[in-house]
Design a protein around this ligand. Structure first.
Ligand SMILES: *Cc1c(COP(=O)(O)O)cnc(C)c1O
Length: 493
């Protein structure tokens, strides 16, 4: 008996669908065989044809279209994943990134044949400097975390040049996990300081930790509970008094675009997550780009090459004098630069400021309409995101934040970021972004309200959620720690 058709349910794998002789393309049979290849590859030369699935064109189209339909993305529904800035990605960006003049370049081409690409990178560098208030930038880092690591290597180089590389880096307990990880990778000791009850930097604790062994202080501003630290200039001044560098984790730049600049707040370095703030598709591991902006003092240490404009007006690649070297192959993730450039030029200065204003307005609107359902962790005017606590709901009903997040999937929403930041128990961090329509914000609040009611009437329904997705509750930690990516069956093993 055939099973009823289930669009979102499991289907045979592409290997299971394989039929000998089925094909999508009829490539001409090669009339020569490179005689040198066997000699070149030796024992590694392939002895038999690869065991690729054999399917027709329509079958492979359906295979990929089906996989895509099982996924959830910003094009499917609301994606309020706090700190990740899952905004809509305008199709204009995608058009620009696919232009053959950009898409078909090879990064080893001589400068004179890639003037347009270098000009784009040069102008993007200029724009990021203007936006950040810092005079130097490298586009090379492949992600925010990579930008952090790159900054710490630059701090080490500058401190070493001044006679002492120093030993430790201070970070507040609200920090994203990548901050301490980058510090450890760069060979510094992590010193964590507690936040105040308002979720802000405890200036006294910071002053007590700062000394001449401090290489840097890393701060996300606005921070991970969605609050802009009003003591920011005092903080950066205190850091500079001991000769340390002030680092801004710029993942939350979306909240302040065109309104205030980290450079003007006294930061020496800042990474920008192009894939968050400047709208390029991300999630699921990339690709991204984490350009690092630095102060004049740190410019000579930037990784090379950077795009420059020569006296003749031509564009070129150049290594800064005391460059720490390369941190990535070639210039970085170029297609992401094209998307970010398109986004910046499309919006212009006014438009970018509008992004921040709208993102902050959306977050505050959502915060106010959900505050009767969940406890808002720091209930004051927030920036582009805010944190809810599910602790009361859990005490009352046994339903955890994880259960609520899974149930949201049944209502057609991507869950918020959960259990982060670590200082809020049963945390849910919501970032609607500027692109979410008003009706979608109302619908999300409505879903949260419905789920809180279900927690009281039928907690079991939530413990076992989700119920309508292609796969049900997964062992996520197990999948991450012991990934099994192989289909075990005769054909491909
Ligand atoms: C996303 C994020 C990072 C890391 O950026 P990636 O591009 O994912 O490496 C660092 N800090 C904060 C606050 C973030 O939200």
């Amino acid at each position: 008996m055939p099973e009823p058709f289930q669009n979102r349910g499991p289907r045979p794998t592409i290997y299971e669908s394989s039929r000998p002789g089925a094909t999508c393309v009829c490539a001409p049979v090669a009339d020569t065989r490179d005689a040198s290849s066997d000699a070149f590859f030796g024992d590694y030369a392939r002895q038999a044809a690869p065991a690729l699935p054999q399917v027709s064109e329509v079958e492979i189209m359906r295979h990929y279209a089906h996989l895509a339909s099982m996924n959830f993305g910003v094009d499917t529904g609301s994606y309020p994943l706090g700190s990740c800035t899952m905004k809509y990605n305008p199709r204009l960006n995608e058009w620009a990134a696919r232009l053959p003049g950009f898409a078909q370049l090879h990064p080893s081409q001589p400068d004179e044949t890639v003037q347009g690409a270098l000009q784009l990178m040069y102008e993007l560098q200029q724009d990021l400097c203007e936006i950040s208030g810092l005079p130097g930038v490298t586009l090379q880092p492949a992600a925010g975390a990579h930008g952090e690591y790159c900054a710490l290597m630059i701090f080490r180089a500058a401190h070493t040049a001044a006679g002492n590389p120093r030993k430790k880096v201070i970070i507040p307990d609200t920090a994203h996990g990548t901050n301490p990880a980058s510090v450890a990778m760069a060979g510094y000791e992590v010193v964590t300081i507690p936040s105040t009850t308002d979720g802000l930097v405890d200036l006294e604790a910071l002053r007590a930790a700062l000394d001449h062994d401090t290489a840097a202080f890393m701060l996300t501003n606005p921070n991970t509970v969605g609050i802009f630290d009003p003591q920011i200039t005092e903080i950066t001044r205190a850091v500079h008094e001991v000769g340390a560098f002030a680092y801004c984790d710029g993942a939350n730049l979306n909240a302040i675009l065109g309104i205030t600049r980290p450079g003007d707040q006294g930061f020496d370095a800042l990474h920008i997550n192009l894939h968050k703030t400047f709208s390029t598709p991300h999630g699921g591991g990339g690709p991204g780009a984490g350009p690092l902006c630095v102060s004049a003092e740190l410019c000579p240490y930037l990784p090379g090459p950077v795009a420059v404009r020569t006296e003749t007006g031509a564009y070129a690649r150049k290594n800064p004098d005391k460059s720490i070297g390369r941190v990535r192959s070639y210039m970085g993730n170029f297609a992401i630069f094209v998307r970010a450039y398109a986004y910046i030029k499309m919006l212009g200065a006014e438009g970018l400021r509008g992004v921040a204003e709208q993102a902050v307005l959306s977050a505050n609107y959502l915060r106010v309409i959900v505050q009767d359902t969940f406890t808002v962790a720091y209930n004051r005017t927030c920036m582009h995101e805010f944190v809810l606590s599910g602790a009361n709901l859990k005490a009352e009903t046994g339903v955890s934040t994880l259960d609520v997040a899974k149930r949201l999937l049944d209502y057609g929403f991507h869950p918020p970021t959960i259990y982060f930041p670590l200082i809020v128990s049963e945390a849910m961090m919501l970032e609607p972004t500027e692109t979410e329509p008003l009706a979608a914000l109302d619908a999300l609040a409505e879903a949260l309200r419905a789920i809180a009611a279900e927690a009281k009437s039928d907690p079991e329904l939530l413990h076992s959620a989700p119920h309508t997705t292609p796969v049900r509750r997964l062992d996520e930690a197990g999948a991450a720690r012991n990934p099994n990516l192989r289909v075990v069956q005769g054909f491909c093993s």
